[in-house]
Design a protein around this ligand. Structure first.
Ligand code: BGC
Length: 584
């Protein structure tokens, strides 16, 4: 028998080992390895995503109330070219067409969001429930299930009812927690017999930082260094409340799960041997993903946020930290309120330490004391912020595994945009992005990360918030100039379809073949699109001839741009055919 003191030494050692295993991500190890040929675990779920405001259109139809995005986009100067989501992809009228696209991809799940003001026009249940809005989502859910596609439903993808903004100041007000809970409860009541995967919030980081710090997003507030922390605080509490509501009232009957979808770019230390850079990179991640994940998994904000914001607040002469605090009851109420974690991930940054004196004034960005850098060799085909750095995805997933006790993960957003006037259906760079990011996810699963599903972002080109329609994330191209908003498959549809049907990457030869075949099909889709655009242009010319008040601007946007685009598409189709001939 071992002596008691020996036992206690073992016990302490075990505890130390356990604690360090639970908390330590090894920043110094970054073996990227080569492409991994292999398949995903059986039952892995493949999907695509969308969100209500970005795709539905019908902003004022069938009793829908206004959201903060309806109001924000109707103000001049908030969105590129003052574009709005008024009609967007007309998804509200195209449920059948869009489900046909999902079927074509042979997907397992579809992630979409419910527009709160569509089903509760003022956001307040006792005011009015809009049955026409409920019917729209009922039909969508039923049709998905008839086609054996699992709905993954987001309750809040940024479109807060405007009344709640006007009356209470939106997420700056505690009362949002109860209003959101009432809304979620109604969704569980009306849809929960069929929906088994619920996501409370999509990317709360954006809601807080872009909505209340920079004001680039609705509601456009610039409450630097305090607004975002307050918004996040109420969002975290609202999430926890909704999770408890489901747990207490619905779980035993409906047997579903409630999670949250958090976004996080990866932050890699510029110098992997510098302790300061490692700490800065960790701060970057803690202020991003950790801000929300740490309370939800561990009960409180990351220590580093408490330290940095607390110190800067004191230096700025404030009596209390700009970061709110949770009471001990709140901590235990919030901890563990996540049946699965949604991860949205697009890109990576290099991070180095950089001090910002407190005299710069309060700001989320300077609170972190770091600088973000990018490698100029990283491909950046689309959005300014989106560099393709696939290995960052595996690093992030491993970080989540280690920090939060290997939770069940669904990747809820991953994809890439293009920024071109003349859209190319042969989206080589997107196929490359998906291939490499999905492969890094496969490596992460081999590392032991518990990823159960993947959602490509997004099904369609759509309204990209303050970027309007200038950035296209879709697997399907949408012709926004045509009133019918027709959808055309890009090459990545074929490519993603092959990954899905093979449940991964069986071998090099096949994966290369997929790429070649996808390029072949897209050149004929290009021709189809060009022909359709010619017809639209001709119809527009006829319409304009009959309308003497037509402005010069309309001529430019409705005739010149489409004509140039059509020519571009035709030329690229001819060029591709030429290349393919030479190749064969
Ligand atoms: C948002 C999406 C958006 C994407 C690209 C994500 O964080 O949730 O709605 O389309 O970023 O901008």
């Amino acid at each position: 028998m071992l002596q008691p003191h020996v036992l206690s030494v073992c016990h302490v050692l075990e505890l130390v080992l356990c604690l360090s295993a639970a908390e330590d991500f090894d920043w110094t190890k970054n073996h990227r390895g080569s492409f991994y040929y292999g398949t995903f675990p059986t039952g892995f779920s493949w999907g695509v995503g969308s969100s209500a405001y970005q795709t539905e259109g019908a902003w004022d139809k069938d009793g829908k109330g206004m959201s903060i995005w309806d109001v924000f986009t109707h103000k001049k100067g908030k969105v590129i070219y003052n574009e709005t989501g008024d009609s967007s992809c007309e998804g509200y009228y195209k449920v059948k067409d869009d489900i046909a696209l999902l079927k074509e991809l042979k997907l397992n799940h579809y992630r979409f969001s419910i527009s709160w003001p569509r089903i509760m026009p003022t956001g307040i249940k006792s005011d009015h429930v809009n049955e026409k809005g409920i019917k729209y989502y009922d039909d969508l859910i039923n049709l998905l299930l008839e086609n054996k596609i699992t709905p993954i439903v987001t309750l809040y993808h940024w479109d807060l009812p405007q009344v709640l903004q006007e009356r209470y100041g939106g997420w700056q007000n505690l009362s949002m927690i109860n209003y959101f809970n009432d809304y979620a409860n109604l969704c569980f009541e009306r849809f929960g017999n069929r929906v088994k995967y619920w996501i409370t919030f999509n990317n709360p980081w954006s809601i807080a930082v872009e909505g209340y710090e920079t004001g680039e997003h609705a509601p456009g507030m610039k409450l630097r260094g305090s607004g975002p922390y307050k918004a996040a605080h109420y969002i975290i509490k609202a999430h926890a409340k909704v999770w408890h509501t489901y747990d207490n009232q619905w779980r035993s009957k409906q047997k579903g799960m409630v999670g949250i979808s958090l976004n996080g770019d990866w932050g890699e230390p510029v110098d992997i041997t510098s302790q300061k850079d490692i700490e800065a990179a960790e701060r970057y991640i803690q202020f991003y993903l950790g801000w929300f994940a740490t309370p939800i998994f561990n009960g409180d904000y990351p220590q580093v946020m408490k330290d940095y914001i607390g110190r800067k607040s004191a230096q700025q002469g404030l009596g209390t930290s700009r970061l709110p605090t949770f009471s001990s009851q709140e901590k235990s109420y919030i901890k563990g309120t996540c049946d699965f974690l949604g991860i949205g991930h697009f890109t990576t940054r290099y991070i180095t330490q950089k001090n910002f004196p407190a005299s710069h004034g309060p700001s989320y960005f300077t609170d972190r004391d770091l600088a973000e850098l990018v490698d100029p060799r990283w491909p950046d085909p689309g959005s300014e912020w989106l560099y393709s750095v696939p290995w960052g995805f595996r690093r992030l997933l491993n970080f989540v595994k280690i920090q939060y006790g290997n939770p069940m993960i669904y990747v809820t957003e991953n994809g890439v945009s293009e920024k071109m006037t003349c859209t190319e259906l042969c989206d080589d760079w997107r196929m490359q992005y998906f291939k490499e990011y999905i492969n890094e996810m496969l490596k992460a699963i081999k590392d032991g990360v518990n990823v159960k599903g993947y959602t490509a972002w997004s099904l369609l080109d759509k309204f990209e918030w303050d970027e309007g329609y200038s950035e296209r994330f879709g697997l399907y191209y949408v012709d926004f100039r045509n009133k019918n908003k027709p959808r055309y498959p890009k090459a990545s549809v074929q490519y993603y379809k092959r990954i899905i049907s093979s449940n991964g990457f069986p071998n090099q030869k096949e994966a290369e073949n997929w790429h070649r075949k996808a390029i072949e099909t897209c050149s004929s889709s290009n021709q189809l699109l060009a022909a359709e655009q010619q017809r639209t242009t001709a119809a527009n010319i006829l319409r304009l001839i009959h309308d003497p008040l037509t402005s010069h601007m309309e001529m430019v946007t409705e005739i010149v741009v489409p004509t140039v685009c059509t020519l571009c598409i035709l030329l690229s189709a001819i060029f591709l055919m030429f290349l393919l001939r030479r190749h064969n």
